[in-house]
Design a protein around this ligand. Sequence first.
Ligand code: AMP
Length: 194
Amino acid sequence: MTNIILLGPPGAGKGTQAQRLVDERDMIQLSTGDMLREAKTSGTEMGKKVAAIMDAGELVTDEIVIGLISEKLDGAQGGGFIFDGFPRTLPQADALGQLLASKGLTLDYVIELKVNDEVLVDRIVGRAAEAVAAGGTARADDNAESLKVRLMEYYKKTSPLIGYYYAKGALSSVDGLGAIEDVAADISAVMGKA
Ligand code: AMP
């Protein structure tokens, strides 16, 4: 079992790469963004509480996301967990370390997807346009205003995790700008054979 974190700003391709790892390595994707969107759609108390925060592009409280992740870790099976969009703050990173240790699990790789900001904006705006063209609706937070907030949240609160995991000797960085297959190959090279 291999447990990894995919780290990177919004639009870096974390979800896309996580999906490939699920398909290819039988891993379990734990996306706090997906869990929160689900809570929002199904209208749970927690969902109602976080809706406006998410739409604005701000981070929800550490307590909420740590709780969500904690519930999922007991089902450890298959190829391992992919943490996608979690942790996003230093307290979340500490909490994850403790949670994993308490369940006898290890954190094997933290893989940073490196991209530049202009590409991110293009990708996110493109993602919204594609969703609409396909007859669906864009994510409520895929708009220019909340994107600015999401990027700022990333730089203020999440990017310190790069140094945190580097200092722990766990960090690998891959170029997230290439084609999906090329990024996937770089991630595979970090993780070794499936
Ligand atoms: P994502 O799909 O990962 O981009 O997450 C969408 C939104 O959910 C974020 O902009 C936050 O409002 C919220 N969110 C997701 N994961 C976290 C997290 N680990 N900590 C705080 N807020 C989060």
